[in-house]
Design a protein around this ligand. Structure first.
Ligand code: UT7
Length: 343
């Protein structure tokens, strides 16, 4: 195997995809007792894209990955590793290898990673370890979720928040300085009950003495206020720690790219960090909370709009079920990546 020893990590492509179908707040007010006024003022969400019954997680994840590979000027056969961050795989055994097959990335190894709405940041950091230890050169990191399958569409406290989507980035080994400048990942299982999509066992007797559990997953439940408080307190802390490790100050950050859970959380975190609102990326209004997809989806839109430019410093942070949270500071763009790295 070719080794790329002491490689840096470069961000060379991004892509995204979302189902075409969407539900706006007025549509939703005919499903549950809510209103556009309540949803928009409390969350910033105006509509959410929803996967139809014949649309798969695999399909939108693959579309996002293809768009990212095209931007990176790579083919599927160039990919060494695929990490799919998702909590809503089409198959409980994982969907990453399904995406691998659909892409035709036949030389890659693929696996799923589950860390709920922090999944993309966790996957980004995991992928970077494989690059920096010299094992892989081209890595696809995908965040994709179809939470509409698991939301209780009779519960107005949660169903208004979530939408479906996918986003991806291509990371590449470089012999230049690493562009993943610093990170901090955290979890706190003692607060696990704040946000769940839990398996509910149903006892099934096989013999007089042996039984198993054959149940099903129950719809998503959330203690919104607890999660809100957690996010506003914990997210600035990990961003500050990751900035410290990056040797950057807050004012050297060009973009704050948070998990898109609630516009009020985005504003409160920016406020605490003293980051001006024009540096805060948000696509809440269009997509709502797309879980592991939200960060790469917002990143891709900002790159394609031309807002994020090569060399820009981005502070990304995810937070959610687990509870999990984490931040990664990186510079966007490909700079002189093509040289073969020492073997
Ligand atoms: O991605 C995972 C991370 N998740 C999050 O970050 C979510 C964090 N939490 C939040 O974003 C907010 O807590 C929510 C948006 C979920 C809720 O906003 P809130 O300002 O905390 O509302 P609340 O739960 O305190 O509810 C206030 C009122 C309640 O009525 P009463 O008891 O005061 O009469 C709710 O019943 O608003 C009511 N309510 C609604 N009314 C209309 C709750 N949901 C709705 C709704 N439409 N959809």
């Amino acid at each position: 195997m070719v080794q790329y020893v002491n490689a840096g990590v470069a961000f060379v492509g991004c892509g995204s995809a979302a189902p075409v179908g969407y539900l706006d707040n007025d549509d939703l007010s005919r499903v549950v007792d809510t209103s556009d006024e309540w949803i928009a003022s409390r969350t910033g969400i105006r509509r959410r894209h929803l996967a139809a019954a014949d649309e798969s997680l695999r399909a939108i994840a693959t579309q996002a990955a293809q768009n990212a590979l095209a931007m990176a000027d790579l083919t599927a056969m160039d990919v060494d590793l695929i990490i799919l961050a998702t909590s809503t795989a089409d198959d409980l055994f994982g969907s990453a290898s399904q995406v691998q097959a659909e892409l035709g990335a036949l030389k890659a190894v693929a696996f799923d990673l589950t860390a709920a709405c922090s999944g993309f940041v966790f996957a980004l950091v995991t992928a970077s370890q494989f690059i920096q230890t010299g094992v892989y050169r081209n890595v696809l990191v995908i965040g994709a979720d179809v939470l509409s399958r698991w939301v209780d569409w009779g519960d107005r406290r949660t169903c208004v928040l979530f939408g479906d989507g996918a986003g991806a980035v291509v990371l590449q080994a470089t012999d230049e300085d690493t562009q993943l400048l610093g990170f901090e990942l955290r979890s706190d299982g003692t607060q696990n009950s704040c946000l769940n999509l839990a398996y509910q066992p149903q006892p099934k007797e096989l013999t007089d003495t042996i039984g198993v559990a054959q149940g099903s997953f129950q719809p998503l439940t959330m203690n919104g206020q607890e999660v809100y408080r957690f996010a506003v307190k914990r997210v600035p802390e990990v961003i500050e720690k990751a900035l410290f490790r990056s040797d950057l100050s807050v004012d050297q950050i060009d973009w704050l790219l948070l998990h898109q859970a609630n516009q009020r959380i985005l504003d409160a975190v920016a406020d605490r960090l003293k980051i001006p609102s024009q540096k805060v990326l948000s696509n809440m209004a269009e997509y709502g909370n797309t879980s592991a997809a939200s960060i790469p989806l917002a990143l891709d839109e900002a790159v394609r709009r031309g807002d994020i430019k090569p060399g820009d410093a981005i502070a990304a942070a995810g937070f959610g079920a687990g509870l999990t949270w984490g931040a990664a500071i990186f510079r966007w763009g490909k700079s002189a990546l093509r040289a073969e790295i020492s073997h």
